[in-house]
Design a protein around this ligand. Sequence first.
Ligand code: NAD
Length: 294
Amino acid sequence: LKRKAKGYEKAAKPVNMAAVLGAGIMGGGIAYQSALKGTPILMKDIREEGIQLGLDEAAKLLVKRLERKRIEPLEMAKVLNAIRPTTSYGDFGTVDIVVEAVVENPKVKQAVLAEVEEQVGESTILASNTSTISINHLAKALKRPQNFVGMHFFNPVHMMPLVEVIRGEHSSDEAVATTVAYAQKMGKNPIVVNDCPGFLVNRVLFPYFGGFAKLISAGVDFTRIDKIMERFGWPMGPAYLMDVVGIDTAHHARDVMAEGFPDRMKEDAQTAVDALYKAERLGQKNGKGFYAYE
Ligand code: NAD
């Protein structure tokens, strides 16, 4: 954990307009939460159907809030209007922060970050929602690495309070402080952490997934492990959690962790996750993973 440099919070600048790249599980959730808490947000994806999924998810969450009388109909319409779907960089010149939430692939992320850097203002902050990839590594693709940080939300975004803000070796106080302030405005509890593969939470979570993989290899039924972890008191077991995360995302993230910590993760290389990934069972996002969904 990095201790806060004294007074660095004062460097925060206001975020009046945000953008998110990728309208998937995370991008859709980030757009919803930003709009709900009063910061309008552009939501860009390369696929029209991806954008529609992001919008549908936001609408579903708002209907639930309406049913629970936690939002008025007028306010609900305002929140939906504050999510501005797009497939182009048209309005990116006006945004204060861009949260990148595209697929967990270092090369794709570097290409997307370099591309968006050309479209935004000199002082716009770029924040990656990567689960595992080193911020210093991603920063190598950028001309202004001082404007770049990690902003790691957890899934589902609207429910999970923690956000890891990752300070890379070049990240400025302004970039860190603005990202922390934006996370707080979104109703989240940010913590500032040092850079390394997996940051803080996934360095705990992936060894847990590794232990789970070893039990499956030893012949233990995964549904039993899930049930036991629920009885232990956790909201869900590891198989169900990986279906929620996305098998592709868990697979890519595991590879990044194995490369970053070969001594600790090597034995976990061949797992049920590889088999599911090869069979294109990607979890809840395509209706089948460890479990099958309606
Ligand atoms: P996802 O597969 O649901 O969504 C990714 C989206 O990015 C897709 O809609 C895809 O069309 C879009 N995309 C791909 N290339 C793009 C580009 N060049 N420009 C714009 N959009 C593009 O993935 P996800 O689960 O939302 O994960 C996104 C990121 O968030 C990953 O880095 C992942 O590691 C991280 N993350 C995921 C979770 C989780 O539980 N799923 C949790 C925390 C962080």
